[in-house]
Design a protein around this ligand. Structure first.
Ligand code: CS2
Length: 474
């Protein structure tokens, strides 16, 4: 039998009428944004906001996407003229959008000199980042730069040839400083609280190790606004690509599927100028922190609960966990506990936000693997679970669902044959040292993992142990 292949997506593809194609002249885009981390999340989030903003009010802000480790994404992007599709899926139907805001891709593996040249080019005014929590090299104890993190270590030793995100930022800023140019603005789009402040500290620390004058210049002139990003984007599979192919009528190796919902709240501090992302639906505010806390503790915290529960009960997707009424009740209980730790969030009805989260998690067309969310627990749980628990307990409140999530995570660490986490070896060693009288103790002894307020709270730790016992019995 002959296999019929669709032609590859390209600038000359004619799309069916139901597909939203870029509504502007891509030929007029200039590189204005350099994005580091060309994975699924960026392509279905910031690039889509930029695309929509360009269609609403053309402003020539093209994105040059950098992948620090992958060459495949960059080659696929080149083969498709920078185009790829995003399918927003819900029970109401599928909607395909072809995104045109990414003009080209560069790989840290093949194009290091070109990436650095662009960072030194005054046309680049904003550097956006999505590299996941573990890539920054944050020391869990101090919150500053972890000098033992592989790419931090390499970039401190050889700053002209960076490998990691902080190394690239510092070398790019070094070149701008040396050339008498203003710095670019750094916009972190990863799920970390006060993410701009964190990246600013890491960049200044690494710059200071190299040249105190550079560190002073960055501290004085640099801008690192914080942002809260939200869209559920499962890792793409063959099914994702087949669905896109059917909808757009072309083969697309970079296709993604995602939920219709998206949110981007950005601190408005861009001295070097910025795209009018508000024209694409982003919200600019003075203080992002209440939005970040809401999202990390309600969405991501519940996600981690669902992920570890799913992994323990052999449920593959988030929607499978949500389909079990008893488990859905646990998710609602978790949100009810976490919401008490939040400040009011301007313009948001938190009750409605939580109901909407339940619906988003239930979305029957989104195949979001619990295994995907379960990875990197040591990097995720501090801001998703521990921070809220500390605040709840300090105010005499309840943190029993937080204790339950920690127990689920420990049980998962014990059960999983292999865990994907930069501290996996320490976790597995802790699991091997567990005793019957205080099973969670080896986990509380891992340096810099749990905040002191939790490590020292015997009553709360007893709750974790009680939950672990119940899990082991059931
Ligand atoms: C998830 C997030 O993988 C995870 O840890 O909780 O990626 C989540 O899907 C996004 O933050 C949603 O905006």
């Amino acid at each position: 039998m002959m296999i019929r292949r669709m032609p590859r997506l390209s600038a000359s593809t004619a799309f069916p009428a139901h597909v939203a194609a870029p509504g502007y002249d891509r030929g007029l885009l200039k590189p204005g944004i350099l994005h580091i981390g060309l994975g699924a999340f960026h392509r279905a989030h910031q690039a889509v906001y930029t695309d929509t903003a360009l269609a609403a009010e053309f402003g020539d802000w093209g994105i040059v996407g950098v992948s620090l480790r992958s060459v495949d994404i960059v080659h696929d992007l080149a083969a498709q003229g920078g185009l790829y599709s995003v399918v927003a899926r819900s029970a109401a139907g599928d909607h395909a959008q072809v995104v045109g805001s990414v003009t080209r891709g560069l790989s840290g593996v093949e194009n290091q000199a070109e990436i650095l040249a662009l960072m030194a080019n005054p046309a680049i005014r904003v550097v956006t980042i999505t590299v996941t929590e573990k890539a920054y090299g944050i020391d869990p104890v101090t919150g500053g730069l972890d000098r033992n993190h592989p790419s931090v270590k390499a970039d401190l030793a050889d700053p002209k040839s960076p490998t990691g995100v902080i190394g690239y930022l510092v070398e790019g800023l070094w070149q701008r400083h040396a050339a008498g140019l203003p710095p670019f603005t750094v916009l972190c789009c990863d799920n970390l609280p006060t993410n701009g402040r964190i990246v600013r500290r890491l960049v200044i620390e690494m710059a200071g190790a190299r040249d105190p004058a550079l560190a002073n210049w960055i501290a004085g002139q640099g801008a690192f606004p914080s942002s809260m990003v939200d869209r559920i984007v499962p890792a793409a599979t063959d099914e994702t690509r087949e669905l896109a192919e059917t909808l757009i009528g072309a083969e697309d190796r970079l296709a993604l599927s995602t939920e219709p919902f998206m949110q981007w709240v950005i601190e408005d501090h861009f001295p070097a100028g910025r795209p009018r992302w508000e024209a694409g639906g982003a919200l600019f505010v003075d203080d992002v922190e209440p939005y970040e806390k809401m999202k990390l503790r309600l969405l991501n915290g519940s996600h981690s609960l669902v992920a570890y529960l799913g992994q323990l009960k052999d449920l593959t997707f988030v929607r499978d966990v949500m389909a079990v009424p008893e488990y859905q009740t646990l998710v609602r209980r978790h949100m009810a506990e976490a919401v008490k730790t939040l400040d009011p969030v301007p313009g948001i009805d938190l009750g409605r936000y939580m109901d909407q989260l339940i619906e988003r998690f239930e979305n029957p067309t989104i195949a979001h693997k619990t295994q995907q969310i379960a990875m990197d627990g040591t990097q995720k749980l501090p801001q998703r679970i521990f921070a809220g628990a500390v605040e709840a307990l300090a105010n005499g409140g309840d943190a029993s669902s937080a204790a339950y999530v920690v127990a689920l995570w420990i049980a998962y660490v014990c059960k999983a044959a292999e865990i994907n986490d930069p501290r996996a070896a320490e976790l597995k060693a802790a699991a091997a040292r567990m005793t019957a009288d205080d099973p969670s103790a080896p986990f509380f002894a891992i340096p810099g993992l749990f905040p002191q307020a939790l490590t020292e709270n015997g009553a709360w730790r007893a709750q974790v142990n009680a939950e672990l016992e119940k899990l082991n019995a059931g």
